[in-house]
Design a protein around this ligand. Sequence first.
Ligand SMILES: [Zn+2]
Length: 231
Amino acid sequence: MSEKNLAQAIREQMKSQGKRFWAGDNISEFVDEEQKEVLINEATQAFEQVLDTLLIDRETDPNSHGTARRLAKMYFNEIMAGRYDPAPDATAFPNDSQDRYEGMLVVRSELRSMCSHHHQPVTGVAYIGIIAAEKLIGLSKYTRIAQWCARRGTLQEELCNDIAREIEKATGAKDLGVYIQAVHGCCENRGIMAHSSLTQTTVLKGAFKEDGNTKKEFFDNIKLQQEFAPR
Ligand SMILES: [Zn+2]
């Protein structure tokens, strides 16, 4: 390894620019595709050291042979991809004609995330509701945005806020709600080892917060969705 590796250089660059780089933050403007490959190599070496410290024989155990590299790639390209990838392209279409859609839209998005405390899986579903504003985005984009926020080290409470903020940005909607229910690996696989660790979080903005009927319509829609696709 050289004196100063790339990860160190990028960390210093972010610090000098006052850029926060917590587990749940997107840092895509500091890491391009080429740099990501170098970082995967650096992380592979670091994971090799962790395996060595855990006294796992990387040389003769065939199942542990490529594990350091598999872990490095998995972190960058899969379970934490939302930190290194830029926001998904969510082209907006105008919704400002005479017959514009003014109703509520509720989208159910499957979520896979990871808790930033223990790096254990978080599995669940987000219900994203908006009252359509001046623009609309494709239905699949809601899930792409939610997944982009989720594929980081997260806290469910923060994730709920992040999704609400990004949906607001992409759609311009001021009236919106995000409800997440998820099970947490860190409760099921360690610590209290509870097999039903269902956690629910809700963020409501605008009419979803202030108008009882809108709020009720949102949660009624969630119930209908759950009857249709229970989990
Ligand atoms: Zn945890």
